[in-house]
Every structure is written in structure tokens, then in C-alpha cells.
Design a protein around this ligand. Structure first.
Ligand SMILES: NC(=O)c1ccc[n+]([C@@H]2O[C@H](COP(=O)([O-])OP(=O)(O)OC[C@H]3O[C@@H](n4cnc5c(N)ncnc54)[C@H](OP(=O)(O)O)[C@@H]3O)[C@@H](O)[C@H]2O)c1
Length: 275
């Protein structure tokens, strides 16, 4: 990094990949202004931590106002996210809405505050956390998958629109990383033992939990993003995943969703009676 200290605003920076990315950027010399609901304000671990609820317009405005008073963003990294596990049939509208409101509309709200600032300054870099789920579905993660697909489409539009203003956009598509907290992965209220999907659901959620617990190293992801943000030009897509998950994306793209769904179904739902 050059001698002039750059500033990055990071959402969802109190835990998981957001925290690891924020720490890697701090270690790389960036001034980090971090946002999350659990922050109350003040300095922590060499970062400025401000309260931010991305589902609340007023909170987003207040975060951006306070952050801009400290330093405007050379880069914005949006990691705030959550998922609700459940079958498509039984996940309630309100549960779908909560996931979309946090993962996708949360990004939209923060971008709408940050874009005018970056435009006036003649440029900036925006990093949006998607997922492998932004490229293909995984059973019992439909709300999350829909939100990440929304982010993928939204980011393509955004990148084209803001390019003339010197603003670059990058989608990060992580595979499983051993960073996420179960508190951001609630089960849909209807997913009880009485559910017609109970056996398949149990098998799939055990697999999901296993893969995350044994997932890739979040520090490595944070350092990769810090290295990329140091470049003049950043790629539009950066997938950071295990070899297996890279392969799954290629199978999905080149052999089609139908073949991929046979493979994925076997992988996630193989030991069930009802499935
Ligand atoms: N971990 C993985 O394997 C993985 C894989 C692919 C993609 N991702 C993506 O990476 C990002 C981080 O996920 P993670 O699993 O590593 O972390 P995580 O432990 O699930 O943390 C989620 C973060 O989002 C914040 N958050 C949740 N709701 C928020 C809201 N309404 N407003 C502001 N902040 C909010 C939480 O902070 P507060 O509770 O303090 O607000 C927390 O810092 C997400 O976008 C996720 O989809 C993760």
C-alpha cells in the first residue's frame, strides 16, 4: 500500500468473514471503519466500530454520516448477512423477507448512501459479498440462495452504471469457510420433527454444518481481499472456495443445473427415508 492511508468501510464486521476481512485490511495499513448492530461506537482492535443495522434506513444514514466525518471511503466492503434454513414450502414469507432485507436490500441501502460520496470524489471500490449460493442452489437454503442470486444480478447492473465515475465493483463468492456463527443461521419456525421434509432436512443441515465447520480458513480469504483491494484494477468476480466447490460451479455451468441437482441432492440428502 502507498504512503497515503486509505479508508475502508466494512459492514457486518463484528464476526465471521467481515471481521477477518476488516482485520486483514487494518493489517495492510487501511483505516477501517466497521459497522454492525452489536457495535456501540468507539475504537476496538485498531478499528473504529460504529453501530449499523443495514435493514434500517435511518441507521444506515447515521452510520454513513458518522463514518464520513472520520474519513470518506476509498473502498466499501459489504459483508452483513444471515440465512434462514428451511424448506421452500414451509419457510414463511416473513422469514424470506428478513433474509432478503438483510443480505440484498441491506447492500442496496448502504450503496445508495456511499455512491454519491464516491462519485464526488472521482472513484472508489465496492466489494459485495455474494456466495457460491449466488451461482447455484443448495437444498433448504432457498431464502439465502435467492438473496445471493439477487446480489449477483444487482452487482452486474451496478458495475456498468458506475464505471464512468471511476467506481469499480467486485463480487466475492466464498465457498464454505469456518467462520460463520450459528446465531446468524436460524431454522425456519416450521422445521419441526413433524415436517414432511424432516429426514431430508436433518441430513442436509448436518452436511451444511459439517462443511462450514471444516471449511476454508477465513484469514486467508481476508488477506486475499486485502491484496486485491491494493491493486489499481480489481476483478468483477472473485471466487474463494475449495477445489470441490470450484468444481461444483463448473459442473453447474457446463453440464447444467439438472445434472448438478442430481449430484448435489445425493451429496446433501443421501441418507434419508422420505427423500
Ligand atoms: N461463512 C461462510 O462460509 C460464508 C460462505 C459464503 C458467503 N458468506 C458470506 O459472508 C458474509 C459473512 O458471513 P459469515 O458467515 O462469515 O459471518 P457471520 O458470523 O454470519 O456474521 C454475520 C455478520 O453480519 C452482521 N449482520 C447481520 N445482520 C445485520 C444487520 N441487519 N445489520 C448489520 N450487520 C448485520 C453481524 O453482526 P451483528 O449481529 O453485530 O449486526 C455479523 O457481523 C455474509 O454475507 C455471508 O453470506 C459466508
Amino acid at each position: 500500500m502507498d504512503n497515503v492511508q486509505k479508508t475502508v468501510w466494512v459492514t457486518g464486521a463484528s464476526s465471521g468473514l467481515g471481521l477477518h476481512t476488516a482485520m486483514a485490511l487494518r493489517d495492510d495499513g487501511w483505516q477501517v471503519i466497521a459497522g454492525a448492530r452489536s457495535f456501540t461506537g468507539g475504537q476496538k482492535d485498531g478499528m473504529t466500530c460504529l453501530p449499523l443495522d443495514v435493514t434500517d434506513e435511518e441507521s444506515v444514514r447515521e452510520f454513513c454520516r458518522r463514518a464520513a466525518e472520520i474519513a470518506p471511503p476509498d473502498a466499501l466492503v459489504q459483508c452483513a448477512g444471515m440465512l434462514v434454513l428451511g424448506s421452500c414450502e414451509e419457510t414463511r414469507t416473513e422469514e424470506f423477507r428478513r433474509v432478503m432485507d438483510t443480505n440484498w436490500l441491506g447492500m442496496v441501502r448502504v450503496n445508495r448512501e456511499v455512491l454519491p460520496v464516491m462519485r464526488r470524489r472521482g472513484g472508489g471500490k465496492i466489494v459485495l459479498f455474494s456466495s457460491i449460493n449466488g451461482l447455484m442452489g443448495i437444498p433448504f437454503q432457498s431464502a439465502y440462495t435467492a438473496s445471493k442470486h439477487a446480489i449477483e444480478g444487482y452487482a452486474e447492473c451496478l458495475a456498468m452504471e458506475v464505471k464512468p465515475f471511476g467506481i469499480q465493483v467486485m463480487l466475492v463468492e466464498p465457498g464454505d469457510h469456518r467462520s460463520g456463527s450459528d446465531k446468524y443461521r436460524p431454522h425456519a419456525a416450521a422445521m419441526t420433527l413433524e415436517s414432511p421434509y424432516a429426514d431430508a432436512y436433518e441430513s442436509a443441515t448436518a452436511r451444511i454444518h459439517h462443511d462450514e465447520t471444516n471449511g476454508s480458513d477465513p484469514d486467508v480469504l481476508g488477506r486475499k481481499i486485502a491484496r486485491i483491494l491494493d491493486r489499481k484494477r480489481i476483478p468483477f468476480r472473485k471466487r474463494i472456495a475449495s477445489a470441490d466447490q470450484h468444481l461444483a460451479v463448473y459442473v453447474h455451468r457446463f453440464l447444467g443445473a439438472r445434472i448438478n441437482s442430481v449430484v448435489l441432492r445425493k451429496y446433501y440428502i443421501k441418507r434419508t427415508k422420505k427423500a
